[in-house]
Design a protein around this ligand. Structure first.
Ligand SMILES: [Zn+2]
Length: 336
């Protein structure tokens, strides 16, 4: 069975990869002849995209074998992470495609400059609007950089001023890049949204956001879920607050994408079924969860990133944990 464009389910279906791209997605009967055939009783869906990872703290091979074919790294030492991102474009790379923002822009002594997980260079500390804009431009000078990250963590030190924040947003938007922000509570979310930030790198977890703020964000600012880092499978006040914010954001018409913050605590590599269940608890339908997990549909012309599951996750979400087949850029990365 294939979950194809527009959520259509095709029985007795086939996909054909050619040169790293999909050449055919449709019923098996009319599929063109292939040099090599692999068949299985699988639910085929696009490779999963994790929009919040720190891949240097994880095993890229295990991430890919677990069904995640692309990741977005939201903060690491620029020279290291950008060379890994470049290496990941090769079909022989043992891991997912890596897109990276490079360093996290913050103020002097701001988060994560003082965190044990963050090696020197992970934080780019700036003072003043000019330095803030220059930091954003420097990261975006590299090709393939999808976003600029800022940290507004008042629990871990001082934060960027409004002028510095605005300046990062303007510099990024001039290059048609987005700004993603680490925010935890209500006040910093409002500051970030007011300055023009395009995405929250986590669903805020320390305070309930107002309906006004959530309504103002919908359609303009999206959220990356990262719900399980507040619970690791347990029920916690932080998980409840974050889930409630996600639920009301979805209710206001907001967009939430799947991200795990892999590298932060015991988050498993590959598709994290626990995160999918949290999204379900926040009110997303099974179809909505598959959309949040993926980036592009299985369709001709799209990258040949395909995952085969033993089971239909639209009927039972736990099937997301039963990965049996992974193809990345047309190469078979897993076949059980
Ligand atoms: Zn993170």
């Amino acid at each position: 069975m294939v979950w194809a464009t527009g959520g259509r389910l095709l029985e007795d279906a086939a996909v054909l990869a050619d040169g790293g791209r999909l050449a055919y997605v449709g019923v098996a009967e009319t599929a063109p002849a292939a040099d090599e055939e692999i068949s299985g009783d699988w639910f085929l869906m696009p490779g999963v995209v994790d929009r919040h990872v720190h891949i240097a703290l994880a095993d890229p091979g295990a991430v890919l074998a677990g069904g995640v074919t692309a990741v977005r790294d939201l903060g690491w030492v620029p020279d290291d992470i950008f060379s890994l991102a470049e290496a990941s474009e090769s079909p022989s790379f043992e891991g997912p495609l890596v897109r990276a923002v490079g360093p996290i822009i913050t103020c002097r002594d701001g988060y994560p400059s003082n965190r044990p997980w963050a090696p020197p260079g992970t934080a780019h500390e700036v003072t003043g609007a000019d330095e803030a804009a220059a930091a954003a431009r420097r990261a975006l000078d590299r090709s393939g950089v999808p976003a600029v990250k800022v940290a507004l963590n008042t629990d871990a030190g001082p934060t960027l001023t409004d002028e510095e924040l605005l300046s990062v947003c303007q510099a990024a938007h001039e290059r048609e890049a987005i700004v993603t922000a680490h925010v935890q509570g209500k006040g910093q979310t409002e500051r970030a949204v007011g300055a023009g930030v395009d995405e929250l790198a986590h669903a805020p977890w320390t305070e309930r956001l107002s309906e006004d703020v959530l309504g103002g964000m919908a359609g303009r600012v999206r959220m990356v879920s990262t719900l399980d880092i507040h619970s690791y499978g347990k029920d916690t006040p932080e998980l409840r607050t974050a889930t409630d914010n996600v639920a009301r954001f979805l209710g206001a018409g907001g967009t939430v994408t799947y991200g795990t913050d892999l590298g932060n605590g015991p988050i498993p590599p590959g598709i994290h079924v626990g995160e999918a269940f949290h999204l379900g608890n926040a009110g997303l339908s099974a179809e909505g969860i598959l959309q949040a997990l993926t980036f592009r549909p299985l369709a001709p012309g799209e990258p040949a990133d395909v995952v085969g599951l033993a089971g239909n996750p639209l009927e039972d979400l736990a099937a997301l944990g039963r990965v049996r087949f992974v193809m990345h850029l047309g190469r078979v990365a897993r076949l059980d």
